[in-house]
Design a protein around this ligand. Structure first.
Ligand code: MTE
Length: 329
């Protein structure tokens, strides 16, 4: 992720400048009130197109609708990362390579209508709309560790349902061994997309990884629809892998019998393996993966020991029995 040298958010923004939660929540409330009255006037869509800076002020979080979710067994005792941090410190290179770029730029993404394609080795290729996908199963709130290959981590409550439920709906053929995710790509709304990468952003999983109950088809976080910068309207979250496996703003699910090409693996296969399971015993070419920095609104050192499979080994280690994880990293 660090192909380009740029100052980190911590280096450029003091913790005192990060919006405190109560201010953020007040902002959310007033913005929701604004949107409700604008909608009454039939003006919300027009406003969103013409004065984005008014309704998406830089460095604040996009307002979002509340999602109806049910609780789940996936909880953690660790304190959750404030939403204000999780939605202003992002990797979404289609909107720029600095951590703060996506929260300033991703308002350009229009998430409705949002056709979702199901292609490749399935009984019936088809296109469905995002609202059908969203309402296909009850949304669970799941608190997961999220570990980036850059050695920072967050604790985030995501909202979604197991990707396996959707895969069953897709009816893949027995010959399908992998699933590939394609993110949305449109230069018009992603003007800062670096030309040095091959777009659209692509990721992939082996079918048994994708079917693991932990793999989450994700529509929200913190009980609200995903902020655009976090991958609206739909992304995957694969909590035992480095964050780049969790593709954002997905428009196509492709089933194939071959290990699919993925963006970071193509950009630098030595550094970013196809599997990219969190592994404290296997360092990145440029830095140690043994410890991580837990992001919140303060500047913590990289002092937390990273756990094998990000702490989800009891649920996923069996997927890799007999595999040399240093060869298949
Ligand atoms: N998906 C797309 N389409 N484009 C991206 O640049 N970045 C990845 C992943 N998914 C990325 C993406 C990386 S490197 C990480 S660490 C996570 O998204 C970051 O997710 P977050 O911004 O919600 O923390």
């Amino acid at each position: 992720m660090l192909l380009r040298k740029s100052p980190s958010l911590e280096a450029t923004i003091r913790s005192s400048e990060i919006t405190p939660q109560h201010v953020f929540e007040e902002h959310q409330h007033s913005r929701r009130r604004f949107l409700t009255s604008a909608a009454t006037l039939g003006a919300a869509a027009l406003a969103a197109r013409t004065i984005p800076s008014l309704i998406n002020p830089p460095t604040t979080v996009q307002a979002a609708e509340q999602l109806k979710t049910i609780s789940s067994k996936y909880t953690l005792d660790d304190p959750q990362t404030p939403l204000a941090k999780a939605s202003t410190y992002n990797n979404f290179y289609e909107y720029g390579t600095d951590k703060s770029d996506p929260s300033h730029e991703a308002y350009r993404l229009q998430t409705r209508p949002w056709p979702v394609q199901i292609t490749g080795m399935v009984k019936k290729p088809q296109t469905i709309n995002i609202d059908d996908l969203l309402s296909y199963r009850p949304l669970e709130s799941r608190v997961y560790r999220f570990r980036c290959v850059e050695a920072w981590s967050m604790i985030i409550p995501w909202d979604g349902y197991s990707l396996s439920e959707f895969i069953n709906f897709c009816q893949p053929l027995p010959s399908a061994k992998y699933i590939q995710f394609f993110s949305y790509n449109n230069r018009k709304v992603m003007p800062y997309e670096p030309s040095s990468y091959d777009w659209p952003y692509r990721e992939g999983l082996r079918m048994d990884e994708a079917m693991n109950p932990l793999t989450l088809l994700t529509f929200g976080c913190y009980g609200q629809v995903l902020p655009n910068q976090n991958g609206a309207p739909v992304r995957v979250i694969v909590p035992w892998k480095y964050g780049f496996k969790s593709a954002k703003a997905i428009v196509r699910f492709h089933f194939t019998d071959k290990q699919p090409a993925t963006t970071w693996n193509e950009a630098d296969g030595d550094e970013y393996g196809f599997y990219s399971n969190v592994n404290p015993n296997f360092d990145n070419a440029r830095w140690s993966q043994a410890h991580e920095r837990r992001l919140d609104s303060s500047l913590l050192p990289r002092n937390i020991p990273t756990q094998m499979f990000n702490g989800y080994g009891d649920q996923v280690a069996s997927l890799y029995t007999g595999m040399d994880l240093k060869k298949f990293y």
